[in-house]
Design a protein around this ligand. Structure first.
Ligand SMILES: Cc1ncc(C[n+]2csc(CCOP(=O)(O)OP(=O)(O)O)c2C)c(N)n1
Ligand SMILES: [Mg+2]
Length: 369
């Protein structure tokens, strides 16, 4: 797919300023400042709409249940809910191929479910039970699945960015055509290691899609209070990494952006940045007094831009589904989540002897052996 370069007025003036240095560096700066327009939202068939509705609803209901179980004391430690942001991971997943990898931070349950990891295993990890993805010893922020190519789940803000870049390096080194989808937040985007990664990824043309989930806040700090450049799609310009902003509340817009980015990476063009304009409805984590924004702000997003409601409306108005047809999907999803929650409360905790296992990878010889 041809990416369409766009030059803005500020791009042109940057080009003029650089002319006094030399023509070639002027050209370079203009080229560097080129970025792509977001493509038009993808055209969804009825099946695409149904798939995206089901997958987003699964995340929504799963997270609501996790919030309840947390309140009831079944989940300890940190727990960051993804409610409101579902279209981002579901749209990106629809653009991915088998073998593509995903890595993210601590707000990770939606990413795991989107890759196809089992609701039972994720919920059981949240409740610290032995059938959880990390055998009950990792919790909300530390789950992995080699099978689904999900590489975590990381509690250190920004730490996943070098890891995703490393995954992309391994893809290039091994000669596969896989791409590494590396998600991080608007707050994480101000971390130094992000830019070291950008430099390497661009220099070596690594197949990595950097997805900035701009949900407007990093804990209680709004983007405007924290960021000198609030357009995160421009953050790669010094490294010649193109990027554009995407309506992260519209799953079709995300899918189209993901398709374009995937093709860019797979064709050997190197990294690309997608800034997803999104919003989290819940607090940063389970203990957030939410003094930094008004209820009206949250309510406005919920009532005007909800990603799931958008699809639901289209299912009824454009695809001839009845309210009952939609309710049947809702029930299917609720059953999966209820089953996961029951399982996560009845599965045993890990045996105390497990405290000493899984500390090192199996193939690393222990010094004492
Ligand atoms: C290196 C580091 N610094 C600080 C923190 C504390 N912390 C946890 S989440 C967070 C905010 C990150 O916000 P953002 O990247 O926008 O992601 P979001 O929570 O909005 O998904 C901070 C500062 C941390 N975990 N790691
Ligand atoms: Mg944020």
């Amino acid at each position: 797919m041809a990416a369409r370069p766009r030059k803005s007025a500020s791009n042109a003036s940057a080009g003029k300023a650089a002319k006094s240095v030399s023509e070639s560096s002027a050209e370079q700066i203009v080229k560097t400042l080129e970025h792509f327009d977001a493509p038009a939202p993808a055209k969804f068939s009825k099946d695409d709409e149904i798939r995206s509705y089901r997958d987003m609803l699964l995340i929504r209901r799963f997270e609501e249940k996790a919030g309840q179980l947390y309140g009831m004391g079944f989940i300890g430690g940190f727990c960051h809910l993804y409610i409101g942001q579902e279209a981002v991971v579901v749209g990106m997943q629809m653009a991915m191929k088998d073998g593509d990898q995903v890595v993210t931070g601590y707000r990770d349950h939606g990413h795991m479910l989107a890759t196809g990891m089992e609701a039972r295993g994720v919920m059981a990890e949240l409740t610290g039970r032995r059938s959880g993805y990390s055998r009950g010893k990792g919790g909300s922020m530390h789950m992995f699945s080699k099978e689904k190519k999900f590489y975590g789940g990381h509690g250190i803000v920004g730490a996943q960015v070098p890891i995703g870049t490393g995954l992309a390096f391994s893809n290039k080194y091994e000669g596969t055509d896989a791409i590494a989808i590396t998600y991080f937040g608007d707050g994480a985007a101000n971390q130094g290691q992000v830019y070291e990664s950008f430099n390497m990824a661009s220099l070596w043309k690594l197949p990595v899609v950097y997805v900035v989930e701009n949900n407007r806040y990093a804990m209680g700090t709004s983007v405007n209070r924290a960021s000198a450049e609030t357009d995160f799609s421009h953050r790669g310009l010094s490294f010649k990494i193109p990027g554009f902003q995407v309506d992260g509340m519209d799953v079709r817009a995300v899918k189209a952006a993901g398709d374009l980015a995937a093709e860019h990476c797979r064709s050997g063009e190197g990294p690309i940045i997608l800034e997803m304009m999104t919003y989290r409805y819940r607090g940063h984590s389970m203990s957030d007094p939410a003094k930094y924004r008004t209820r009206d702000e949250v309510q406005k997003m919920r009532s005007e831009s909800d990603p799931i409601e958008q699809v639901k409306k289209r299912l009824v108005s454009d695809h001839g589904m009845s309210e009952d047809d939609v309710k049947a999907i809702d029930k299917e999803v609720r059953d999966v989540v209820a089953d996961a929650a029951d399982f996560a409360q009845s599965d045993p905790e890990p045996d105390p002897s497990e405290l000493w296992t899984d500390i090192y990878a199996d193939d690393i010889p222990q010094a004492a052996e």
